[in-house]
Design a protein around this ligand. Sequence first.
Ligand SMILES: [Mg+2]
Length: 321
Amino acid sequence: VPRRLRDVGEHEWINLLSRRLGGRSVAGVLIGPGDDAAVVRIGGAVALLTTDTLVEGVHFRDGWLAPAALGRRAFRVNASDIAAMGGRPISALVALEVQPTMAVNRLDAIMRGFVSDARRHGVALVGGNVTRGPHFAITVSMTGIASARVVRRRGARAGDQVFVTGSLGAMGLAVRGRLAGRRTELPTVPYRVDAAVALAAVASAMIDVSDGLVQDLGHVCRASRVAARIEAGRVPVAPACRRALGAGAAAFAATAGEDYELCFTVPPRRLPALDRLRRRLRCRVTRIGTIEAGRPIVRMVDARGRPLVLRHRGFDHLRAR
Ligand SMILES: [Mg+2]
């Protein structure tokens, strides 16, 4: 029986491909696969490149999101990967997979949602592609400009403090509600680009929380060859999630995905600089734990320091459901 993708898993398959691509350096490629975005030198500028897809039936189901909200979401999840490198998006390409029976109005509204949010944030839609397919899917390829410092996943060191922007768990809770047949409103993906550009001055490592905090911080730990300890009581749980889940809310919020907040680490010597930045960030920033030496594992502990057992660590596209 041939080995199937679901036996390997999304992240392991990507790791295998990255290893095959190897460290062969091509002129102009500053950072290849393995971070939130690639970094390439184009002329005199340092550009960030990323791509992400939303698929109907996988990332959302028909009727979960108003068309404009779906377009905005496609824009923001890609901007989030540029932000995670400390950069600012400038242009996007959109590849659409559509059924010929789709209502023109709906597709127009999706693209209006995309373009108006992109414009508002100084990002131009500069091209794309349309193809027929069995489901609606929207793939965005985004280009960004790097800040003075590109923040990678690999810069965390033992003793660094771990922070997260905003709050976690609202999207996970909303998806759970929808799957249970409730008409829960899906929250808007936050736009953290300004915060990320400011944080690039102090962060030693950064990632956006797309698949769940524990799993995404795990990527930072593997890239940095360190461990992380998260204090469950410090996780900024979204109020709706806290109300609905009570004592289990922190573990849920730390493993539910799609919050698109930033998780980043700051060395002790830069903590005063982070405090000076806080007012400019326009979002909450919460210290949730510490980077430690050791195997690249994320442990979540309760108020007495006892490890919590997590039923799952986050989302894997090829293993899920
Ligand atoms: Mg990411």
